[in-house]
Write a protein that binds this ligand. Sequence first.
Ligand SMILES: Nc1ncnc2c1ncn2[C@@H]1O[C@H](COP(=O)(O)OP(=O)(O)OP(=O)(O)O)[C@@H](O)[C@H]1O
Length: 224
Amino acid sequence: MSKIYRLEHIEKVFLSGDDKVEVLKDITLEINTGESVAIVGASGSGKSTLLHIMGALDYPTKGRIFFKDKNIGLFSEKQKACFRNQKIGFVFQFHHLLPEFSVLENVAMPGIIRGLSKSRIFSLAKEALSMVGLEEFSRPVSVLSGGEKQRVAIARAIVLEPEVILADEPTGNLDEANGVKVGNLLCHLNKELGTTLVVVTHNHTLASLMQKTYQLKLGELHAL
Ligand SMILES: Nc1ncnc2c1ncn2[C@@H]1O[C@H](COP(=O)(O)OP(=O)(O)OP(=O)(O)O)[C@@H](O)[C@H]1O
């Protein structure tokens, strides 16, 4: 089975005034292509920090992180931006959609950033929206329910067929019923499209849907 991620002895220290906060101490982790993985842990244990490092939104203080044998730590800022746009689909707790834009325009955004033609972008966006079960493309995002917004965010994450979805508390802002729907949708995409899925969550039901679960505790990662 091929590895999509290899993290070697990752450490992350934040400086807060004169204090040093050692958030990640010695994280070693391998993730197979197509795998689904949950990362759980107490609030402040470093889950988001680890996910940000995996998405090249942040960098480790020490250690190396490889994406399919490419050392992300050696990427220039431009290469990192390209990596994020081409390989990763991000889903956040607070979806970060553009409220005044329509559902279709929001999902089209990554394609616009990549510079695809308008007709290609909109056909990809419609395909992604049908995968998440949304049909009304022209409504502004501001009028949608929380569950619908999260489905739009997932459509936006998958629109360019990323190799990995990195989801940070994707159900954190939803009621239980919508949380279950979003969890099932992410698992469906993982199985149908073979997209590797890494989910950071407090939600044990969501974590139980993943093939593997790791817990972050005192800066260390343990398989559960
Ligand atoms: N940019 C930063 N500067 C200083 N400290 C930071 C920074 N980002 C995160 N931290 C600290 O790192 C620790 C881990 O934060 P992180 O957001 O990764 O935790 P988490 O496990 O995702 O928490 P939660 O479940 O509450 O979202 C926290 O103590 C946080 O205050």
